[in-house]
Ligand binder design. Structure first.
Ligand SMILES: Cc1ncc(COP(=O)(O)O)c(C=O)c1O
Length: 453
């Protein structure tokens, strides 16, 4: 018997009743990818309040790389529960915070002296990276990319690209943010082709310093090594090296936002390693806490020390339960070869997705690094018009049939896979079978003719 068990129409009656209460009690601005209310979760599956069981390809949007409720993480949290819950690290610090900082300094790319600060969320970490970069350089400007996502606080919304639903109606945002195109080769902003483009988009940074903002007014360029919410876009291998060389030539820092691409997701501990680059500041969150909220800013020691005493912090930042959980997550990565597993899962996904692409022209692009994989759906492969409605229908079919998936992309036409890396082979296959059936059902409904394979 497989993992998936669907006992009711989805959503079931208990989920429906909760949705009604939610509509009265919670603002509509908080949206949900599915109408399913969770009762429990283990490893790579979830069970809802109606007793339906799903395979989880979303992993809490990339927070559950080591699996739901991994026992070493749960035990570490239990041990900490019996000692103390909160003192505020700014009042009476504790050893686990220091140990976690030491370990983050070791596992992140670059052999130079580093320091790490902990906060509560990815957005808060990006905010702090910006503060630190500005304090170090004495410059205000930050350059971000089209299709970037860096969070939902005011500064991170200024850095985030997608307008609806994130930014529309919420301005003004903090200033001194400039935007340049990312290396989104499937939809190249300059209509060029790699490698004959000679990485025009990366080299264009020099032009930006002449035509948009002077380099001496720019503190940092911030980029996701693989776009997350922007659609799992993987730039060519030399993109970041070219970009960072230009940054450093002008005394501009490079901040890598690895909130989604970090902690083994791409088959390396951090995606920056794939490109052979060592960011000046690296921002992490999500899977660091194994399910608890914690985020880190790790950077060159002299940069991290730029803000004066009291210039950084936060009441709950680096709380003891999250530090304990994060230390257990790092132990799991030391003991288990989750990086190899991410690569295996990624190759298998690509193999299945290539078969689907031969059959259905709706699959415009298949891309990813390691276990960070996606398909981009289009109305036709020649025009590449985003198939936004069809993408929504695929995800609906999936959760109705026992698979939790999430979308991504500036046109909401990408289906991304962030399955916990501990998923069993049979579960992965079961999940992919549902996704395949969903694509088939949506194509049939739209009258898309399947090509014989
Ligand atoms: C690349 C990236 N940066 C920042 C964030 C914001 O993180 P958080 O939601 O924890 O504030 C996200 C969230 O999805 C992200 O993917």
């Amino acid at each position: 018997m497989g993992t998936i068990q669907i006992r009711t129409a989805i959503p079931g009656p208990k989920s429906k009743a909760l949705a009604e209460r939610r509509n009265t009690a919670v603002p509509r601005g908080l949206s949900h990818g599915t109408p399913i209310y969770v009762a429990k979760a283990e490893d790579a599956w979830l069970e809802d309040v109606d007793g339906n069981r799903y395979i989880d390809f979303a992993g809490g949007i990339g927070c559950i790389n080591v699996g739901h409720r991994r026992q070493p993480v749960v035990s570490a949290i239990r041990d900490q529960l019996d000692r103390f819950l909160h003192t505020c690290v700014q009042v009476t610090p504790y050893e686990s915070y220091v140990r976690l900082a030491e370990r983050m300094n070791e596992v992140t790319p670059g052999k130079f002296p580093k320091k790490t600060l902990f906060v509560n969320s990815g957005a808060e970490a990006v905010e702090n990276a910006v503060k630190i970069a500005r304090a170090h350089t004495g410059r205000p400007g930050i350059i971000a990319f089209e299709d970037a996502f860096h969070g939902r606080t005011m500064m991170t919304l200024a850095l985030t690209s997608k307008t609806h639903p994130y930014k529309a109606g919420l301005a003004p945002f903090p200033g001194d943010v400039y935007r340049i195109p990312y290396a989104y080769c499937y939809r190249c902003s300059y209509s060029l082709k790699y490698p004959s483009c000679d990485l025009y988009c990366a080299r264009h940074l020099e032009d930006t310093f002449k035509r948009v903002v002077a380099s001496e007014d720019v503190a940092a360029v911030i980029a996701e090594p693989v776009l997350g919410e922007g659609g799992f876009v993987v730039p060519p291998p030399d993109f970041f090296r070219v970009l960072i060389d230009i940054c450093h030539k002008h005394g501009v820092l490079f901040i890598a936002d690895e909130v989604q691409s970090g902690f083994g997701r791409t088959g390396a501990m951090f995606a920056s390693e794939h490109y052979g680059v060592e960011p000046d500041i690296l921002v992490t969150a999500k899977s660091l806490g194994g399910g608890l909220p914690i985020a880190a800013i790790t950077g060159r020691a002299e940069i991290m020390d730029a803000p004066g005493p009291g210039g950084l912090g936060g009441t709950f930042a680096g709380n003891p339960l999250s530090c304990a959980a994060a230390l257990a997550v790092l132990d799991i990565f030391e003991r288990e070869d989750l990086l190899a597993r991410a690569n295996e899962l990624g190759s298998h996904f690509q193999k299945r997705a290539r078969e689907w692409q031969k059959r259905w022209p709706i699959i415009g692009d298949i891309r990813g690094l390691g276990g960070m994989q996606a398909i981009e759906l289009v109305k036709s492969s020649d025009k590449r018009e985003p198939a936004t409605d069809e993408t929504k229908q695929v995800t609906e079919y999936c959760y109705e049939h026992g698979l939790i998936t999430i979308t991504a992309g500036s046109y909401s036409n990408v289906i991304r896979v962030l399955v916990p890396l501990v998923v069993a082979n049979e579960q992965m296959e079961e999940g992919l079978d549902v996704l395949e059936a969903a694509l088939q059902a949506v194509c049939e409904k739209k009258g898309v003719v399947a090509q014989p394979v």
